[in-house]
Design a protein around this ligand. Sequence first.
Ligand SMILES: Cc1cc2nc3c(=O)[nH]c(=O)nc-3n(C[C@H](O)[C@H](O)[C@H](O)COP(=O)(O)OP(=O)(O)OC[C@H]3O[C@@H](n4cnc5c(N)ncnc54)[C@H](O)[C@@H]3O)c2cc1C
Length: 464
Amino acid sequence: MKQSDDLLRALRAIVGGENVSDAIEDRICYGCDATRAQALPAVVARPKSAEEVSNILRLANERRIPVYPRGAGSGLTGGALALKGGICLEMTRMSRILSIDRTNITATVEAGVVLSDFQAAVERKGLFYPPDPASDEFCTIGGNLAECSGGLRCIKYGVTRDYVLSAEVVLPNGDIIHTGSGTMKSVVGYDIGRLLIGSEGTLCVFTKAKVRLLPLPEAVRTLMAYFSQVGDAVRAATEIVSGGIVPRTLEIMDETTIRCIRNYKPFAILQGTKAILLAEADGNRDSALQEIERMAHVCRVAGAISVDVTGDKAEASLKWEVRKAASAALYSLSSGKINEDVCVPRSMLNELFSGVGEIAQKKKLVIACFGHAGDGNIHVNVLYKVDDEAERVAAEEAVEDIFTLVLNLGGSISGEHGIGTTKAKFLSWEIGEREIALMRGIKRLLDPNNILNPDKIFIDNPVT
Ligand SMILES: Cc1cc2nc3c(=O)[nH]c(=O)nc-3n(C[C@H](O)[C@H](O)[C@H](O)COP(=O)(O)OP(=O)(O)OC[C@H]3O[C@@H](n4cnc5c(N)ncnc54)[C@H](O)[C@@H]3O)c2cc1C
């Protein structure tokens, strides 16, 4: 499908000819995300400023053309997919770190900045921006705001929303508004920022944010504990959290994940290991050391077969390589995976792991679990062969069983990846009818013509 010359001309007038493309190779590149699904936009436009974003949205709103904001395309629920063609609004040219304020311990950053670049810049100044999705080397700040991304350090430091003081956003009608205040505290009017953060690109386009920072912790200690049974690792994780320790990270990997990681790269993982806990403590030198030793003790008492503790950066990063390989490594076992990111109360972790094990047995599937044990937020990966129709159907049924299990345990079907398009049909499993009606009302108020990221969160997104 080719957009009309008239639209291309109008977009070129806004962002410059070199920043608009309807070439098939560009549409393919911007037509997928980390779900591996594909939906091609009709045209890609790459704005450089809030004013350009505003002009594009104004134009699209007048002509009723769908617009799909896009950062790095690392989303795991199809949020950036251009399901109805239209305009892919590619935000990575807005890539300036505008200021890092050491007096107020804040920073102002544009939406297209890559998260790890931002983290490195603040750390060079002795400061710390804690939100750290495992995609930090490529995901953007705008994507993080849109998804309210979590990450490994959430257990101690919270999620993206907890760090945003104010934001510049563009509404679907093209209005540029500012949310929040640059101060540490402000309770003036409704907190629109907290509504927009996590709205998955359906209510606004983020162009800029002012975020609070923290002093960079003086010391970080890392622990890797190896277990011969996943139940022991889960017990250790639960006891660490309930025992008054606040780790900076507390990650778990089960036997299937470890098997995939071994297939993927020759990591040094102790033979006989069927579960791993990877944890960090930070603070001053003494407190970090004390906390990591307390955690090591809990792991040993829970039955760990070995516990490694290190304060050495290089050694720690080798251990983190094992965890960071998990997502990609799962493909070494099967060509397809459905990656869910369910969250349960932390006291229910054991029930989650054993329930998922039963579902895997019942459906004769391999299901790998790893993730943020400290938050009760586990990535449950249902593996299947893409060319085996029966297995694919069984995998989809397994997802339904997993969601039923999670909701029965008092949990949530998504801890951090959002609903996007892949989970839209399950929204009403967790959210009540009245609440969904209220959410649709908010969408209708801000986007009456349903041009901004339609078909996401709500099935079919009917707004009239
Ligand atoms: C290997 C891997 C590990 C991951 N680990 C984590 C993790 O630990 N925690 C976690 O939370 N997520 C994780 N993710 C998911 C993903 O990286 C995050 O959701 C991330 O914030 C998406 O950023 P992005 O720039 O890639 O956004 P995209 O994928 O491009 O877009 C995601 C959504 O945000 C919207 N959007 C993008 N930019 C803007 C903007 N400027 N304004 C408005 N809407 C916008 C899009 O329309 C879309 O709905 C992981 C993904 C991968 C592939």
